[in-house]
Design a protein around this ligand. Structure first.
Ligand code: ADP
Ligand code: GLC
Length: 485
């Protein structure tokens, strides 16, 4: 099997910079692809955290002007990844997150910041770095959406392009006035190019012009062909459904293995799930909850946003308390939701514990100590927290959507008879349906033998990247073969 060179183009990568699952995927996929003969380099913007992590680096190219200032393309390694980093201080050297400033608002020049990402990706694709000319350019989400467009309009010999959708809710739309800045030919601003209802659409451009489109679960690949989940792009996706597929994410087992996890109080594994109890006790203590060993402890690790459906859980806290259950929640995001949960914690000390903000260690602690993890998402392209939950033996209670439906086996009668259940699904995504799921979970909790069996099933689930890596490798190779032929 000949080696294949891949350029992964992405706006965040774990552990250097992360706002969500996109970073996890970008951080784990290169290592998973290596055994399949795919050599991945990752192109990321040179935010301060990335520049700090990048030790010794080579200057692979210098730009006199890159969207408003001089810049350098650096090549180096960090956190086990082969990186290309765009060192462009005028675009990336600033306080805040990768997309928003300290005031929580999108940076005003995001159009230029991520056009630069696409343009440099295209440059590398066309041979800017003679030592690394990729066979495939793999663009993740809208921030990388212009990479396939620049390559498409380059007109010359180019690598194959794959556009992966991690979330249709973020599409990167900008006013038409930015079009001239992009340096694409004028005819690119058209319905068969980068134009989208009179705007410039970065995700739209990638979906229109990439050779292949993937998304992060087969379930979501089906859902986005319909108006609700397609969010305006379903028409385009239907027209291109012959090149669309869903490849389910895996979990980074280097970061998420309960037997070796340095972030949890007591390591445990499938064979010794009892050691989990120490983690549950420690978790409850750290959230100030009553010891109450018989109480079912629910956990949540999430962004607080409409997508994640946590308002439905807030509506159900009465039910949860009536069942005698407890809740620990770690969340960052919408202040309204945050206030609802902190208010509930204040009113129910010992029963509900809440931490606001983003904290890796607490996230691991919840997966290791909670009995069940609630994920009531309105839509979920894949979802990674339910995968960690399976791996750590916290039974996932999930909305039956997207990747959640693809990864959790509901303990229905037949699953129980066959001994294969790993969690609880509910549908539709509504407060009453979630109420039913909480009650059903509580019923299962009463049967300790059954619960232990479900926990074992969950922990034995193969959530590794290997299956996905094989599928990506196959997709990349078939694209290379098609373009050669
Ligand atoms: P999304 O990318 O839509 O937020 P995913 O489930 O794919 O959802 O990925 C979320 C990732 O971010 C997981 O690695 C999860 O552990 C982590 N995460 C989410 N919220 C928090 C938080 N408040 N603190 C720490 N980690 C979090
Ligand atoms: C997005 C999605 C999430 C998915 C992640 C990684 O953030 O919301 O469902 O798991 O990308 O693909």
């Amino acid at each position: 099997m000949a080696d294949l060179k891949l350029l992964s183009v992405v706006s965040e990568v774990f552990p250097l910079v992360k706002t969500g699952g996109l970073a996890d995927v970008a951080g784990a996929l290169p290592e998973a692809l290596a055994p399949h003969g795919v050599r991945a380099h990752t192109l990321v913007p040179g935010y301060p955290a990335v520049m700090a992590a990048l030790g010794e680096a080579e200057v692979a190219h210098s730009f006199d002007h890159l969207f408003g200032g001089p810049a350098r393309l650096l090549a180096g390694r960090a956190a086990g990844l082969d990186l290309f980093v765009i060192d462009a201080p005028h675009l990336y050297d600033r306080a805040g997150g990768p997309y928003v400033g300290l005031d929580g608002r999108d940076f005003g020049d995001n159009a230029a910041r991520f056009a630069a990402l696409g343009a440099v990706a295209s440059g590398i694709g066309l041979g800017l770095v003679p030592g690394f000319v990729p066979d495939i350019v793999h663009a993740h989400d809208w921030q990388a959406g212009l990479a396939p467009a620049y390559l498409h309009y380059s007109g010359g010999r180019r690598p194959g392009t794959v556009m992966t959708i991690h979330n249709m809710a973020f599409q990167g739309q900008f006013p038409p006035s930015i079009a001239p800045m992009l340096g694409l030919p004028p005819h690119a601003f058209a319905v068969d190019g980068i134009e989208y209802y009179g705007m410039v659409g970065y995700l739209k451009a990638g979906l229109q012009l990439a050779d292949r489109i993937t998304t992060v679960s087969p379930g979501y690949a089906g859902e986005i062909l319909q108006p609700e989940a397609g969010m305006g792009l379903d028409g385009l996706l239907n027209a291109r459904s012959n090149v669309l597929s869903g490849i389910l994410n895996g979990l980074d087992l280097n970061a998420w293995t309960p037997g070796t996890d340095p972030l949890i109080p007591l390591p445990f594994d499938e064979k010794k799930p009892k050691a989990r109890v120490a983690n549950k006790i420690a978790l409850k203590q750290s959230f100030g909850l009553d010891a109450d060993p018989e109480a079912l402890l629910f956990g949540v690790v999430s962004r607080l946003s409409w997508q994640k459906g946590l308002d439905l859980l807030a509506d159900n806290l009465g039910t949860l308390l009536d069942l005698g259950a407890q809740l620990v929640l770690l969340g960052a995001g919408d202040s309204d939701l945050a206030e609802r949960f902190t208010g509930a914690a204040r009113d129910n000390p010992g029963r509900i514990g809440v931490r606001l903000g983003y904290d890796e260690a607490i996230a691991h602690g919840i997966q290791a100590g909670a009995d069940a993890l609630i994920v009531p998402s309105r839509f979920e392209p894949c979802g990674l927290t339910q995968l960690s939950a399976l791996r750590y033996g916290a039974l996932p209670v999930v909305a039956r959507v997207g990747g959640l439906a693809d990864t959790v086996i509901d303990v229905n009668e037949m699953a129980r008879a066959a001994g294969v259940g790993t969690g609880v699904q509910f549908s539709p995504v509504s407060a009453p349906a979630l109420r039913g799921a909480l009650m059903r979970t509580h019923q299962l909790w009463q049967d300790k033998v059954l619960w232990r069996k479900l926990q074992k099933n969950a922990m034995a689930t193969d959530v590794s990247w290997d299956r996905a890596a094989r599928q990506y490798s196959h997709l990349f190779r078939s694209l290379v073969a098609e373009r050669a032929g």
